[in-house]
Ligand binder design. Structure first.
Ligand SMILES: Cc1cc2nc3c(=O)[nH]c(=O)nc-3n(C[C@H](O)[C@H](O)[C@H](O)COP(=O)(O)OP(=O)(O)OC[C@H]3O[C@@H](n4cnc5c(N)ncnc54)[C@H](O)[C@@H]3O)c2cc1C
Length: 335
């Protein structure tokens, strides 16, 4: 049997792509072993909440803002117009996959081993079977499969653990040059984590990889589209990825719907995500902050300068279009 679309990986990018395609009437297959825990701090950002709202079933805590520190300089941003949530990531993922299946997607619980593009179809081999589809969405996160198909190759190594500490309502970022450590409040505990560009930090905890440096060069080929982490769609500034995963999965589904109906070509995918996602500004900002003097000035200004505090709130919540040059010129006068 041949599917219209095979979606490989059922994180937010894959599940939302599959749900949309099935709702539009396309024969959709999802392939995921469904046997691993996704290591994630579990913050649904203001950008996400503004667009998609929230479902109480996976919420752990509403967040009032963020505390940012660098060495002994501490600052706090209380969100003026935005709200973010700390969530239970496993419940979120399982609800999204159930919605895709509820909309009509078929699920094969297996690992995809290879994806081969032929002239008129795609052949996917899993551990147990071979399946054919007209098109495939590669939404397998940072994985060997994604990498073998042109997906993300640059990532940071993260280690995270649960800590028995009373949670409050603020997300905490302890900035380091080239990354940060975090504390995220959950219902009755916190999770703490840290990242490194050179290998897993030598501390106990669950391990995960997060793309850095923004999107890969080619996010589409003859019959496949890369979505979510596989495409490198993660903000290089603070590591926000869930919003971009969900939205890129939806865009991929909309584009494939048009392609399957003969109304468009696959390259429309790149045009559409480029119109929506501003990774180049976020990349410039993250490069600017890779210097220790600049980092210290950045946190000091958040603490002491209300306009700057609001500017960084805008960056974190994507509330208003922000300009890296505003931040760059301000920092220049300080260091
Ligand atoms: C430590 C850490 C903390 C993070 N915290 C946040 C946060 O607080 N907020 C935020 O917005 N983002 C956060 N992120 C980023 C976020 O988790 C990702 O951007 C997001 O999960 C990407 O979704 P995805 O659907 O592209 O991939 P994933 O969620 O990684 O899903 C990929 C799926 O593919 C499956 N898969 C892999 N290989 C195969 C294969 N060969 N065959 C079939 N299936 C396969 C996996 O089982 C998995 O289900 C964090 C990341 C890390 C590592």
């Amino acid at each position: 049997m041949k599917y219209d679309v095979a979606v490989i990986g059922a994180g937010p990018s894959g599940s939302f792509a599959a749900e949309k395609l099935s709702a539009l009437g396309f024969k959709t297959l999802v392939i995921d072993p469904c046997d691993r825990k996704k290591v994630c701090a579990g913050i649904l950002t203001a950008q996400y909440v503004r667009k998609y709202g929230i479902n109480d079933s996976f919420v752990e805590k509403e967040l009032k803002g963020v505390r940012i520190s660098y060495h002994d300089v501490d600052a706090e941003i209380t969100y003026r117009n935005a709200v973010e949530y700390s969530i239970n990531r496993a419940s979120y993922d399982s609800l999204n996959l159930n919605c895709a299946v509820g909309a009509g997607s078929e699920l094969i619980k297996d690992m995809a081993l290879s994806v081969k593009e032929k002239d008129s179809y795609v052949e996917i081999k899993t551990k147990k079977a071979a399946v054919l589809a007209d098109y495939a969405i590669i939404s397998a996160g940072v994985s060997d499969l994604s990498r073998s198909l042109g997906g993300v190759k640059l990532y940071a190594y993260c280690v995270q653990q649960k800590k028995d500490q009373k949670p409050d309502d603020y997300f905490e970022m302890d900035l380091l040059t080239g990354g940060y450590s975090w504390t995220v409040p959950k219902k009755d505990h916190v999770v703490v984590g840290t990242s490194s560009l050179t290998g897993y930090p030598d501390i106990p905890g669950e391990k995960g990889l997060i793309p850095v440096n923004g999107p890969v060069k080619n996010t589409f080929s003859r019959r496949t589209l890369l979505a979510g982490d596989a495409a490198g769609f993660v903000s290089p500034f603070e590591g926000e990825g869930i919003y971009y995963a969900r939205r890129s999965g939806e865009i991929a589904a909309e584009v494939l719907s048009d392609v399957l109906s003969g109304k468009n070509k696959l390259n429309d995918y790149e045009k559409r995500w480029k119109k929506e996602f501003d990774f180049s500004t976020l990349n410039k900002l993250s490069t600017l902050l890779s210097n220790s003097m600049v980092l210290e000035a950045f946190v000091r200004e958040i603490r002491d300068n209300e306009r700057f505090n609001k500017l960084v709130e805008d960056i974190l919540t994507k509330e208003n279009k922000f300009q890296v040059k505003d931040i760059a010129s301000l920092i220049k006068t300080l260091v």
